[in-house]
Every structure is written in C-alpha cells, then in structure tokens.
Write a protein that binds this ligand. Sequence first.
Ligand SMILES: Nc1ncnc2c1ncn2[C@@H]1O[C@H](COP(=O)(O)OP(=O)(O)OP(=O)(O)O)[C@@H](O)[C@H]1O
Length: 262
Amino acid sequence: MNKDLQQPARITLDGVCVDFPVFNAATLSLKNRVLSSMTGGSINRAADGQVTVRGLEGIDLDLKPGDRLGLVGHNGSGKSTLLRVLSGIYYPTEGTADISGECVSLINISLGIDPEATGRENIRLRTAMMGLTPAETRARIDEIIEFSGLGDFIDMPFRTYSSGMQLRLAFAVSTAIQPQILVMDEWLSTGDEDFRVRAEQRMQSLVNNTDILVLASHSRPLIESVCNRVIWLEHGHIRMEGEVSEVLAAYFSAPTSTGTNG
Ligand SMILES: Nc1ncnc2c1ncn2[C@@H]1O[C@H](COP(=O)(O)OP(=O)(O)OP(=O)(O)O)[C@@H](O)[C@H]1O
C-alpha cells in the first residue's frame, strides 16, 4: 500500500480475555488449582461441565508508532496467545482488540505451505495469506525468488527441497514486505553463512522500519537489544509493565518453581 495513504499504526486492547474450550477433560480434577504452579492459565469448569483454559485475562494495551514491546513470562503465561490476538488469528472471547495497520506475523513462517506445490506457487499462496493482491505479488516475486537463492528449484515441488531450502523460501516470502506492525517470537536466522548474513540484514531492516514491534521471547539479551517497553505476563494477566531494565530485573530475579526464569 502507498505509505502516504496509510493510517498510523495503532493497537488498542481493552479487557481482552481468551478462553480455550477443552473437550476431553472430563476426568480432570479441579481441586488442584493450576495457579499453584508457575505455568499455564487458569483452568475453569462452567456450570454445564464445560472445561476451559483461560489463556488471557483482562489485557489492556495501547501501542503507537515507536513502541517496541517485549513480552516475557513463564511457559503457558499467555505470550503466544497474545501474539495471535495481535495477528488476528484469535479473537477475544471477552473485551475488544482494535488493530490498525498492516501487520505481519513471523510466529510461524511455514504456515500454509503446500508441499506438493512448487516454490513459486507457494510464494503466491503465502503472499495471498499476507494480504497482498496478485499485482502486488507480481511486483515482488522476482525479488523473493532472488533472495531465496533457489534458482531453478523454484519451479520444483516444495517437498523436494532440503530443510534449509524450505526455510530459505519461507523466510524470503514472509519477510518480503515491510509491515507497519511486526509480531514475532524469535529472531529468525536460517541457512548457510551467506544466507544468514543476508537474512540478518533483512530482519534488522524490518525491525528498524516497522512502526510497532511486539516480540515474545525468553531471551533477555534479545529483548534488551530491540525493545523499549516490556510486559511480564503471568497466568494470562499482566503482572508488571514498564521500562525494559526495570521489568526484566524483576522478572529474572523472581523466584520460580524450577529455580530459574527463561
Ligand atoms: N489450543 C489451546 N487449547 C487449550 N489451551 C490452550 C491452547 N493454546 C494455549 N492454551 C493455554 O493457554 C495458556 C497460554 O498459552 P500460551 O501458548 O499463550 O503460553 P506461552 O506464554 O506462549 O508459553 P510458552 O513460553 O511455553 O510458549 C496455557 O495455559 C495453555 O495451556
């Protein structure tokens, strides 16, 4: 989309809750409250017996251009669920999520890949999933193929690729557009030395030029290097929010059931 026509990016969550119904939990004893452990959301049983896991509870969030938000928290604290709400994959069970701006999620870059289709066909599939029109894809496809370095293999079925070649294609297409909002859970780095250098530059450029970044990670150095604000999630709630150094210091020094954080 023409940058001049774009609305400023904005993310506003108001009281967002996400519940997951669990259909085969009939024998689950709820006497042992899950909150006694450090991991996971709360497990609840409704009057009709339906068991649900509450992945997120009462999340309020307001992100504007310039915000680089890091998400930390134990396993099961709700980081991936929140990233999926921000990517439009999950809708809140309660509350509202208003997300304005082109969003690219790098949570699962191999999502939607068809192993029987060729690399070129998979580029078209993936760019369509990312919201590009056929004309926008045509304008970018040569660059994506060039970046992937797959040469003539681009017209071979994806299933014939080595695992490194598969990742090259998935990376090249997933990072082909500069979004206003970038959602990710790891710093993507893949391929042999030459590809890794180019992938690193491309990731850095995406992160530098996105209006809003949301990054969930267990890596303290990664969050420290790219974020300017951090939320600590615990059992689906926001336990602490604020400056990077302040929140990370509290999170990494907090006692845990395993004696270690991250
Ligand atoms: N599809 C699902 N069905 C049922 N419960 C789910 C589902 N997805 C997530 N949950 C639950 O929601 C809670 C939050 O999970 P989530 O994956 O968001 O945690 P996380 O912080 O990303 O964890 P990790 O660090 O292990 O990746 C957990 O209690 C999890 O069991």
